[in-house]
Design a protein around this ligand. Structure first.
Ligand code: UGA
Length: 437
């Protein structure tokens, strides 16, 4: 059993801290935000993440997991320190490393014995070397430590499952001692025979970006194929199903939609392109995926306007789904933002509902009219637009929907409603790449 400090209590830090304590280690999750720590100490989880509350409760009760705003002491007491603070988008798409480097300085100042310093945050290639340099400088080169890159592949909404049952674990380190300590941290996963890739620090750093950018390219590609389906009257679901059966392609991440959002793909693709430029190489494919994604978000706005014959002024539009995907309350880079923005700017009345993200969207659009159910939201609407694939929207009874709305216009940006039913109910509808009428 190791003593572990996880610095940063966002999605990555909280899920990783709780998950590592579940592996049997003593974990303290530390953050300089005293208020956040107070809530966590009272058992309140500040983010919506299925299964996280239970995971935290279980490990707090077993006294393996605790929370502290004393970052310095948490560092002193730890054998392994995970850096899990945010790396927001900085200038020209590059990552802003301010928080990561602040933690590195705190580690250097409080280094009182040999420790492994491990980065979970998504950081540009070469950050490991920067962190090591800072720790050496601030600790006056007096004590030994090892640096490890251990990127995470958690998806919001299924982060707990992704942490406890990952497809693979990536460990980038420079000596056997560090690899052995990390092996001990992830012992249950080694026993489960989860694939573990042991590699250099720089390779580990790149694996994370290369994976996220590849998935972004895959989505943008499928979105463009869907747009082509729109034009030629083909059904993108049949196309993607047939493609996915090919083991070389795989059926995952082939769902067309309103464009990818969230805190990772948009930021990481830009950061990777910016890194490639720095190293004098090209990532034309990723650049195109970024452009295609922006166009996809705009295309959804155009589709919506077209359903209403470009006459949205004074019309009431019900937006169902605000989060960037289902099972999260996160609205960062959500395609709903583009839709709401365009509607407001063109004089429409927006009624909006998300099962988890109403409050977060109201931080961006203060006066947004939000509701607590889809039924209230669609009442007397001139058009309904589905932006997020929540299960409760999949189950919408279309005859009931038709009774509630003023006019049966519907844009399904997630392709979750059955076309036959929409036709039967006489909806004027559109979707992303599915044959219609
Ligand atoms: C993503 C990665 O999937 C994680 O492996 C990674 O750890 C994480 O970023 C990160 O870097 O922290 P996340 O952003 O939570 O996770 O969400 P995803 O499920 O990957 O979805 C991203 C976006 O792509 C969403 O807007 C989603 O709606 C969209 N998407 C996804 C599609 O449009 N089509 C698909 O087939 C799949």
């Amino acid at each position: 059993m190791k003593n572990i400090a996880v610095i940063g209590t966002g999605y990555v830090g909280l899920v990783s801290g709780a998950g590592i304590s579940d592996f049997g280690h003593n974990v303290v999750c530390a953050d300089i935000d005293k208020n956040k720590i107070k809530h966590l100490q009272n058992g309140e989880i500040p983010i919506y993440e299925p299964g996280l509350q239970e995971l935290v409760n279980r490990n707090v009760q077993s006294a393996r997991l605790s929370f502290s705003s004393d970052v310095n002491k948490s560092i002193e007491d730890a054998d392994v320190i995970f850096i899990a603070v945010g790396t927001p988008e900085g200038e020209n798409g590059a990552s802003d490393l301010t928080a990561v480097l602040d933690v590195a300085r705190a580690i250097g100042k409080n280094l009182n014995s040999y420790k492994v310093i491990c980065t979970k945050s998504t950081v540009p290639i070469g950050t490991g070397a920067k962190i090591s340099k800072i720790i050496n400088e601030t600790s006056n080169n007096l004590l030994e430590f090892d640096y490890v890159s251990n990127p995470e592949f958690l998806r919001e909404g299924s982060a707990v499952k992704d942490f406890l049952w990952p497809d693979r674990v990536i460990i980038g380190a420079s000596n056997v001692r560090a690899f052995d300590i990390m092996k001990n941290v992830y012992r249950p996963l080694y026993i489960n025979e989860t694939p573990v890739i042991e590699t250099t620090i720089e390779t580990a750093e790149l694996i994370k970006y290369a994976s996220n950018a590849f998935l972004s390219v895959k989505i943008s590609y499928m979105n463009e194929i869907a747009n082509m389906c729109d034009e030629i009257g083909a059904d993108v679901h049949v196309v993607s199903k047939a493609m996915g059966i090919d083991g070389r392609i795989s059926p995952k991440f082939l769902h067309p939609g309103p464009g990818f959002g969230g805190s990772c793909f948009p930021k990481d693709t830009k950061a990777l392109v910016s890194m490639a430029e720095k190293y004098g190489t090209n990532l034309n494919v990723v650049e195109s995926a970024i452009t295609a994604n922006q166009l996809q978000k705009e295309r959804m706005v155009k589709k919506l306007f077209k359903l209403l014959n470009n006459d949205v002024k004074g019309k009431t539009i019900a937006v169902l789904g605000l989060a960037f995907k289902a099972q999260t309350d996160d609205v960062r880079e959500s395609p709903s933002i583009n839709i709401i923005d365009a509607l407001i700017n063109n004089g429409a009345n927006v009624k909006a509902f998300d099962p988890a993200a109403n409050d977060n969207m109201k931080k961006l659009f203060e006066d947004l009219d939000t509701y607590m159910s889809w039924e209230e939201t669609v009442k007397d609407a001139d058009c309904v637009v589905i932006m997020t694939e929540w299960n409760e929207f999949r189950g919408i009874d279309l005859s009931k929907l038709k009774e509630l709305v003023k006019h049966p216009n519907l844009l399904d940006c997630r392709n979750i409603l059955k076309i036959d039913d929409l036709e039967k109910q006489g909806f004027n509808y559109d979707n992303v790449g599915r044959k219609k009428r």
